[in-house]
Design a protein around this ligand. Structure first.
Ligand SMILES: [Mg+2]
Length: 363
């Protein structure tokens, strides 16, 4: 499997876009976390008429990430391990390897996980970060599906947004649409949950190919041959972003974001409405009565991929929880593997390969 980044970007550009996308999502998640379970009226009475504008305390700290970012990081981990496995062993089924990564996320939630699926001797680098071992309102569908997982599709009809909120990383790997679609099925059986994930991943891939945000989503929606609710609602969101409807009424008309297609549409709406202003975008995305951290996360993924890391406000980059870990795994996501043997001695190549295997064991 040749899963790695094949866009016409330099290594420096690829890292800028990867960090922008993943850290941008984490910041949107952290901004929305304190208001996830508040109505718009409650948000306004606490923070004023414009709603929450800066990080506040959630889960006992300022800038805390939630399950959205946790699962996004384990998506990246799974995809890197899938690539390592495919490259060195020649055979790989990405939904299985990503499924094992989600089992390691289950471990961070102190959940009973399918014990057959965890090799304690080769845990890899990510799960060893104790700061990840906190419950941040994990999605119940994700938990129940992963408890029963046997390298299989979820046996449910859920279309909760727990799929689309973790799906931005697929944009950086081979065949984003199919891999995101298949990996959404690990936890959610409903078609909309899978198509929403596929649209987000494919659209971010188009953004990496230098398309604007709107054009990227129009192109991604054209791949949806079933004309699902997901692509219909994304098109509605794009229209609304250019209408005179005010942001609060526009988001209300798209839904609350607890289900996948609504979360995607709200994230897209905020990203387009804000044009090139990242701060404005994530603020629009989180100030509503629904699933604020997920819509903030999706908007942040989109805008960060489009604008790059430099668009992220430095105070939020510094304050967001696990900023260094998020940055490091984002860079690893677009680091060539196996290492380029033309620029290294055989000994150096072997040492780099072994070190990456230890960090992301491809078994
Ligand atoms: Mg969350």
């Amino acid at each position: 499997m040749n899963s790695y980044f094949s866009h016409p970007l330099s290594q420096q550009q690829a890292e800028d876009k990867a960090v922008g996308c993943i850290l941008g999502g984490a910041i949107g998640d952290a901004l929305g976390g304190p208001v996830e379970f508040l109505s718009l009226d409650q948000i306004r009475s606490k923070y004023g008429p414009n709603g929450i504008q800066e990080f506040d305390v959630a889960y006992g700290k300022v800038g805390a990430i939630t399950d959205d970012t946790q699962m996004t990081l384990f998506t990246i981990e799974g995809l890197i391990r899938a690539n390592v496995r495919g490259t060195l062993r020649g055979v790989c089924h990405p939904p299985s390897v990503v499924g094992y990564a989600y089992q390691r996320w289950m471990k961070t939630q102190s959940e009973p996980y399918a014990s057959f699926s965890i090799d304690e001797k080769m845990p890899g680098w990510l799960v060893l970060h104790k700061e990840l071992h906190h419950r941040r309102a994990p999605g119940l569908t994700c938990l129940s599906a992963l408890r029963q997982w046997k390298e299989s599709e979820a046996n449910n009809q859920s279309k909760g947004c727990g799929t689309v909120m973790r799906s931005a990383p697929f944009a950086f790997f081979y065949d984003p649409w199919k891999t995101a679609y298949d990996c959404a099925g690990i936890t959610h059986g409903h078609e909309e949950a899978k198509v929403s994930s596929a649209i987000l991943a494919q659209a971010i891939y188009y953004i990496l190919e230098s398309n604007g945000v709107e054009n990227a989503f129009h192109k991604a929606c054209e791949l949806d041959t079933t004309n699902s609710l997901s692509s219909q609602l994304v098109r509605t969101a794009l229209d609304l972003a250019h209408s005179s409807v005010d942001q609060y009424r526009a988001i209300e008309s798209l839904g609350l974001g607890w289900v996948a297609e609504e979360a995607l549409a709200i994230g897209v709406y905020a990203a387009v409405k804000a044009d090139r202003d990242y701060e404005c975008g994530v603020r629009i995305a989180v100030n509503h009565s629904g699933d604020s951290d997920s819509t903030g996360s999706i908007c942040g993924n989109i805008m960060g991929a489009f604008l790059g890391e430099r668009a992220l406000p430095s105070r939020w980059v510094q304050q967001v929880e696990l900023s260094d870990v998020i940055r490091e795994i984002s860079v690893d996501m677009v680091t060539n593997f196996p290492p380029d043997s033309e620029n290294h001695t055989p000994e150096e190549t072997k040492a780099l390969t072994d070190a990456f295997w230890d960090k992301y064991p491809g078994y």
